[in-house]
Design a protein around this ligand. Structure first.
Ligand code: D41
Length: 677
């Protein structure tokens, strides 16, 4: 039995629909939420429960559709009333110039043409039909003539208006746009899929396509999809503005996103400028683009130009360098990192991708090789997006040659021959050679000399390779024993660079403790951890003697890091190296023990006058718990004076010295902003 909704219920449902639609628009289209998420959720649930009680209240534009129905959909095919044209491509400046030439020839003009330049989003084109402002049908582009009905899935995308805003909405409109997945959402989705050992997506475009093709709209609803409008068609063409630009401004008022990078340009030279400036910006954008689309702005001129076969003569996409290409894995080599981590690296048949020639790509670890099912000889997708290191994202097993070979972890280190071990439950395999392994030795020296560690300028990879290979340097301590005469005999090392290097090494003899600790390259001891440990213990001596329990007293040091530190100092060769460093004249500085920085560490505060809510002693205890020293008199070194009622000479002195003063209420406010123990 279904109850008939009473007037109050229908009114409330309408009210909720309006509010939720508005908040949704503020949040997803304007990026400017007007209410907290929790409040949105409450309104949403209220509407859901009303609709559950009175199903007749669930209108086509109800925001509750966005959750997606769990009923499987079948994607019926639909015919586009107006075919969805495709776009011609230009792969060079010359091809763009030819396009502009053709446009002007056809229009019989020598005047510069006004174009709109829009980023070409790398997603899927969709068509959205609105009848009297309500979304009634959404379809994929398909072959341009027939596509698939994906209405239920499209409804789950928050930036798709289910109902158009404003009151100048034509009875029948078709908005076309691109559905895409922003880069961050794509990375996160792949991370989660990879963790579950499931198939990941090659790129955001594929992820968007896969998400739209889900049989269950509930799955689509959880994917981070967005939509951006790029054109509009009306049943009644007389209502159209006169330019493409204005038509998109209109679409924007209906509640659609349009691309904020869109530009009006005049003449082909400005087109080329727009191309270059967008290409420069490519990596900073939150979404992937594969080029820029130029469209003749005047709709009258568009009409005159018409189209050939399936593409308009008034638009073109000038493409950016591809971020994925196919190539072949010619070999897989294993690299040894500083901590012995073995990383499989694919040697590729060189390929131009993402604007550079790529001949290596990381395969991360053996799990990843298994997940990809990568063999030597395989044809693979290589992807290089932005300045991220190139990745093998997909293997084409159907192109696998007969002689393809399986990649297996070598039993011994390719550099030093020590056993390779893989601890159960760990993804990473490691060389067990420690500093016996030249690869690890080189990495250890590289790390020690790096900018963030002891910053030994001039000690780059080439020199480290030579010094270690010639056995002039085995440990970092040997660096300090190098004489100019050791260096001048080496190839490519002139007198001046020998001097510079010796000087740079010399300058690194008095490091602060945390930098030195960081420079030692203990596993998982990064800069922040090194700082925390150094200021907790004060001396290297104390750190080297600390047991795992006392190490864990340092904030952010857990059992794993404590174990790595302990095992570093338990190895004799490390202690020997430290001794040798000391003998060679390296003196790391001791640090003042601050036992965990507190918000007011190092500050001196003075209390004066009467506070309204606490005694002087209570205020003192609060300040001390935040790390401040509380003094009785004001000087230029005082950090802050708290002045309660009837404060006298101390306040006057603070004002004279320009010391910060907090009155009663400012002090209470200050305390409320800090966690007191
Ligand atoms: O951003 C895009 N991917 C995009 C695609 C765009 N900004 N504008 C487009 N304009 C058109 C015409 C000129 C035909 C209205 C397009 C596409 N078409 C398009 N997308 C897929 C096929 C065609």
């Amino acid at each position: 039995m279904t109850d008939q909704p009473d007037k109050d219920a229908s009114q409330r449902a309408e009210e909720l629909r309006q509010q939720l639609t508005e908040h949704n628009y503020q949040y997803y289209v304007l990026d400017n939420p007007a209410i907290p998420d929790a409040e949105y959720d409450r309104l949403f649930r209220e509407l859901q429960s009303l609709e559950h009680r009175y199903p007749s209240l669930r209108t086509a534009d109800s925001p509750t559709h966005r959750v997606g129905s769990s009923v499987e959909t079948s994607f019926e095919s639909v015919t586009h009333r107006i075919p969805m044209l495709s776009l011609d491509n230009a792969f060079s400046d010359d091809e763009l110039k030819e396009f502009d030439r053709r446009v002007r020839d056809r229009l019989k003009t020598d005047d510069d043409i006004e174009y709109v330049g829009e980023p070409k989003l790398d997603g899927l084109a969709v068509s959205l039909h609105y009848e009297n402002g309500v979304l009634t049908r959404a379809a994929t582009r398909g072959d341009g003539y027939t596509g698939e009905d994906i209405t239920e899935n499209i409804r789950t995308i928050p930036s798709v208006p289910l109902k158009l805003r404003g009151d100048s909405i034509p009875a029948l409109v078709e908005v076309r746009g691109e559905v895409y997945m922003p880069k961050a959402g794509f990375e996160e989705l792949n991370r989660v899929l990879g963790q579950k050992g499931e198939k990941t997506f090659v790129n955001p475009r594929n992820a968007a396509a896969g998400s739209l093709r889900q049989k269950k709209p509930t799955v689509t609803a959880r994917r981070p999809l967005e939509v951006c409008a790029y054109s509009v068609a009306l049943e009644d063409e007389s209502e159209m503005p006169s330019t493409h630009w204005d038509s998109l401004q209109w679409v924007k008022t209906w509640g659609f996103r349009t691309n904020p990078e869109m530009r009006l340009v005049i003449g082909v030279d400005e087109c080329l400028e727009a191309y270059r400036s967008l290409l420069d910006k490519r990596n900073e954008l939150a979404y992937e683009i594969d080029g820029i689309v130029f469209k003749v702005n005047s709709l009258a001129l568009q009409q005159k130009l018409g189209f050939v076969s399936r593409a308009p003569r008034w638009a073109i996409a000038q493409k950016f360098p591809a971020q994925e290409e196919l190539t072949v894995i010619e070999d897989v080599e294993f690299q040894v990192g500083r901590t012995g981590a073995i990383t499989p690296v694919a040697r590729l048949k060189p390929v131009f991708v993402g604007g550079v020639t790529v001949s290596n790509a990381t395969l991360h670890n053996m799990d990843e090789i298994r997940r990809l099912d990568a063999h030597i000889g395989d044809t693979v997708f290589v992807r290089r997006a932005g300045d991220v290191i190139p990745q093998v994202v997909k293997v084409l097993p159907e192109r696998r040659p007969e002689n393809a070979s399986v990649v297996s972890l070598p039993p011994t280190c390719p550099v030093c021959g020590s056993d390779i071990v893989q601890i159960e439950g760990e993804v990473v395999a490691r060389c067990s050679g420690g500093l016996f392994c030249p690869a690890q030795r080189k990495e250890a020296i590289r790390h020690y000399a790096s900018r963030k560690a002891l910053d030994i300028e001039g000690l780059g990879d080439k020199w480290i390779d030579i010094l270690v290979d010639r056995e002039l340097v085995n440990t970092v301590a040997d660096l300090y024993l190098l004489k100019k005469s050791d260096l001048t005999g080496l190839e490519r090392m002139g007198d001046k660079s020998a001097n510079n290097l010796i000087n740079a090494i010399d300058q690194s003899r008095k490091p602060v403790l945390w930098k030195f600790l960081y420079a030692l390259g203990i596993r998982e001891v990064g800069e922040a951890t090194a700082k925390a440990i150094a200021s907790h213990f004060g001396t290297l001596e104390a750190i080297s003697r600390a047991d795992e329990e006392s190490l864990q007293a340092v904030p952010d040091v857990g059992p794993v890091v404590a174990g790595h530190i302990r095992s570093f100092f338990d190895q004799k060769h490390n202690i020997d190296t430290l001794d040798a460093l000391r003998k060679a004249g390296v003196q790391w500085q001791e640090e003042e023990i601050t036992a965990g920085e507190k918000p007011l560490s190092g500050e001196t505060w003075v209390l004066t006058g009467t506070l309204s809510t606490m005694t002087r002693d209570e205020a003192k205890a609060c300040l001390e718990s935040l790390g401040a020293k509380v003094a009785g008199s004001v000087s230029a070194k005082t950090s802050c004076v708290v002045a309660g009622e009837a404060a006298g000479s101390k306040l006057a002195k603070a004002e004279k010295l320009g010391v910060q003063v907090l009155d009663d209420s400012a002090f209470i406010d200050f305390l409320s902003r800090h966690d007191l123990p």
